[in-house]
Design a protein around this ligand. Sequence first.
Ligand SMILES: Cc1ncc(COP(=O)(O)O)c(C=O)c1O
Length: 400
Amino acid sequence: LSSTLAVDRAWDVDGHGGARTCTPSRLLLGAGPSPVPPRIMQALSQPTLSHFDPAFIEILEDVSARLRATLRTRNDATLALAATGSGGMEAVVGNFVEPGDRVVAAVAGEFGRRLADAAERAGAEVVRVRAAWGRSVPQERLIEAARDGVDAMLCVHGETSTGVRQPLDGLADACRERDGLLIVDCVTSFGGEPLRIDEQGIDVAFSATQKCLNAPPGLSPVTANDRALERLQNRRKARSWYFDMSMLLRYWLGDGNRPYHHTAPSNMLYALREALLLLEEEGLERRWARHARAHEALLAAFEVLGFVRLPREEDALNPVLALRTPDRIVEWRVRARLLERHGIELSGGLGHLNGVLWRIGVMGCGARREVQREVVTAVAAELDRDPSEALEALEAGWAT
Ligand SMILES: Cc1ncc(COP(=O)(O)O)c(C=O)c1O
């Protein structure tokens, strides 16, 4: 109804007849952004509403409730920040880490490195517990590091730069014993890897829309429990005005009175709502299982083509398949041809893994057999290989 009204309005003389600008069509199978399905694109193009429109407030509340359900948390403070994942990181560190805090940070890849760096910029004394890129950080070492005190422990649940899943068992208890907060980057794991915020004792988490949720980049879901919020009350004001959680929550959780903080990116929130709805229709657990199967099936196909998974099996993160490329290929040249000739995007390695690693997204609607057939066929063609054996391995993986 609202779109009909908008089109009928007298002032609405511009912008009919379709967009004049366009972008090429791509199959996004890199480390993110992931493919955005038509349903989400359609949701995105619904009429823009203002941040005070009661119809929009309903959407906001719906997004918050669906985020709670999919993050498996009862935290009232569950919202979607107008920011990418890095903005989520800034917000979380800026609100929950203070100068002089003792912070234990797990660093085994680019995103762990960034999180530790952000805490240091916030004035914390950062104890980095490192592991080789391609491995997870052993929990015992994090627990040991927390013995001398921990105001916050920082972990990346899904390290996108290496395709590694960081186990979190035991970390919440170690933090609670020292009255510290467990803060987790769930940018890549949310929606594709088992994640239960409350059960796992995660105090604060942030994510992003462009990975396993398949919405465009631009929002960062964030959740914080009461322990974390208590800390906000007893501390100085957040360094950042835009990311001040107390002010943001007054708008998100306001009952009747929602003081203006910033203009909500309404269309992005429609996209996120549709993404969460799609996820619910499939079922969270079924979706986790599909990602696991898709990861293993794709691995089997690429092993036939001479690639080797970087992480050990027990460390593998389902949404990102990180593969060492065969010595005989110039990896960036093959990726460039995949983009040029097939419209398929894959990611290379970061840091010292640049030139020797591929990262293939196994995210949401990208974690499907038909999509994987397409990428395996294209890669085989670019490597001058018959794709049959790799495709058989893929099918066998999906059949298990
Ligand atoms: C694990 C992880 N954390 C944080 C980020 C940063 O997110 P963004 O690029 O949306 O700012 C990314 C992006 O790839 C990521 O994979």
